[in-house]
Design a protein around this ligand. Structure first.
Ligand SMILES: C[S@@+](CC[C@H](N)C(=O)[O-])C[C@H]1O[C@@H](n2cnc3c(N)ncnc32)[C@H](O)[C@@H]1O
Length: 171
């Protein structure tokens, strides 16, 4: 995004968790991204920015973790400029025939074991599988976006719907 907006643009990187924000900040600094990127400890449910501040808001593998998702969608809508767009990248629900049971079995039986073996943290990977299962499916999220005011909302499935990219505009 920093490359897209160029030296005269601005990217604001946010997270509610100071340690996560700091980790992301270090990674950006390692890439030499200073000047164009700023950081803000922020709750997506009540973003600390003025109305109509941004051309684009993105949230990647984050909305699933937000407690009040509708409130976050409204908050992101408020800070978008007219003509601006919201992009949501998030785990979703498989749509490819036959994939759903296989993926469900993998998520609850293999993934936690992998988490235990590799990261020594089975519980977090169980939470990951559970949070994905509970997250609204593609059409439900689309309707939530429409309810929050987004227009021309649509989504694009990736990997058979395991992940989906939702997009909506503010006019
Ligand atoms: C799975 S991590 C993804 C982090 C990053 N987007 C990435 O792709 O590497 C989910 C993040 O959502 C953050 N988060 C959870 N609730 C939030 C909220 N209400 N507002 C802002 N960030 C939140 C967590 O602190 C966590 O860093």
């Amino acid at each position: 995004m920093a490359a897209q907006v160029g030296p005269s643009g601005l990217v604001v990187h946010t997270d509610i968790n100071a340690a996560m924000l700091s980790n992301g900040r270090d990674r950006l600094l390692d890439k030499g991204l200073v000047g164009t990127v700023r950081w803000s400890l922020a709750n997506a449910e009540c973003l600390p920015f003025a109305d109509q501040s941004f051309d684009c808001v993105t949230i990647g593998f984050g909305l699933r973790n937000v407690t009040d998702k509708s409130k976050a969608l409204q908050s992101m809508f408020r800070v978008l400029k007219p003509g601006g767009q919201l992009l949501i990248l998030e785990f979703s629900h498989p749509t490819t025939p036959g994939l759903k049971p296989l993926y469900g079995w993998y998520s609850f039986n293999v993934l936690p074991k992998l988490g235990k073996a590799v990261a020594k943290d089975e519980a977090s990977y169980r939470y990951l599988a559970e949070s994905i299962r509970r997250f609204p499916d593609q059409e439900t999220l689309l309707n939530m976006m429409r309810d929050a005011g987004y227009e021309h909302s649509s989504y694009h499935n990736l990997s058979g719907g395991i992940v989906a990219l939702h997009r909506g505009y503010k006019f």
